[in-house]
Design a protein around this ligand. Structure first.
Ligand SMILES: Nc1nc2c(ncn2[C@@H]2O[C@H](COP(=O)(O)OP(=O)(O)OP(=O)(O)O)[C@@H](O)[C@H]2O)c(=O)[nH]1
Ligand SMILES: [Mg+2]
Length: 258
């Protein structure tokens, strides 16, 4: 994996898993959109555990485009991929996107808020007033139930944690290092710990139009999500809230401008 010499303003981290059907087209649309707005950016395709041609396609795309990099690990783990992508990112700002969304409008609106210093983290909410979530009813209800649970059990004050988010990388690195759960719940933990650490977190409404149905059936995710939520509750409400994951040095921390 070779990185372009110049540090971009923005790193787009996209976890990918078994996405051979849409990876190339989605990435191409995203890059066209970001190029059209003159952004200085890199894309990190954070893959793990794919059993289809995703790895080969991602490697080819990274070879073709100087500002696309790919990371690959053996075990499927959404949160692990996100965490690794954030650590490897070199931009001052990070946007976490999903390959079935690639929402340039969110990138632009979130970046504007971050650049103006209005927030350190911007969440794209599927559930707040003004959002337009075109996913099936069951998934919309699941989002509301899940975030209701986070509000009731972990003092979360917003409406959504999973999906699109953008932040000042330097401000979020210690938060990432303090996270203890993997898989889907990592995305929620990141937002909740950022709030609890006193970072300024704002939500903006997004329009969700998935380019394909989700890769994992909802009911199959529930046991693992509940298990990881339990772990997160014990970590946050337990006797010690100290980080259990050691803080990791990254290649560019020393010259990371505030
Ligand atoms: N690296 C990695 N990426 C994953 C994994 N599971 C899902 N993804 C990626 O995460 C993104 C979102 O996955 P989806 O299958 O669309 O699930 P979802 O839309 O988050 O489901 P909702 O939470 O209901 O919105 C896509 O870019 C997937 O390729 C995984 O195990 N590892
Ligand atoms: Mg999706």
């Amino acid at each position: 994996m070779s990185a372009p010499r110049q540090r971009p303003e923005l790193s787009v981290v996209i976890p990918v898993y078994n996405e051979e059907g849409i990876l190339e087209e989605s990435l191409s649309e995203l890059c066209t959109g970001l190029d059209g707005h003159g952004l200085s950016y890199e894309v990190l395709l954070a893959e793990n555990g794919s059993r289809d041609a995703t790895v080969a396609i991602a490697q080819r795309l990274a070879a073709q485009r100087a500002n696309v990099r790919t990371l690959s690990y053996p075990e499927p783990n959404y949160g692990g991929a996100l965490r690794e992508g954030i650590y490897q990112a070199r931009g001052r700002f990070v946007v976490c996107d999903e390959i079935d969304l690639c929402d340039v409008d969110f990138h632009l609106r979130a970046l504007a808020r971050l650049r103006r210093g209005e927030a350190q983290m911007v969440i794209g909410s599927k559930a707040m007033r003004g959002a337009d979530d075109t996913r099936p009813l069951g998934r919309r209800l699941a989002t509301r139930a899940y975030n209701g649970l986070l509000r009731a059990t972990l003092g979360f004050s917003g409406t959504d944690t999973h999906g699109l988010k953008a932040f000042v990388r330097r401000a979020l690195l210690p938060v990432v290092a303090s996270c203890v759960v993997e898989h889907d719940v990592f995305a929620s933990e990141l937002v909740i710990r950022a709030e609890r650490a006193g970072l300024s977190v704002v939500e903006i409404p997004v329009k969700i139009e998935e380019k394909r149905a989700p890769s994992v059936t909802l009911y199959k995710r529930v046991p693992r999500v509940l298990g990881n939520l339990g772990k997160l509750m014990r970590s946050i409400h337990g006797p010690s809230t100290a980080a259990t994951v050691p803080e990791r040095a990254t290649a560019f921390d020393e010259d990371d401008a505030p």
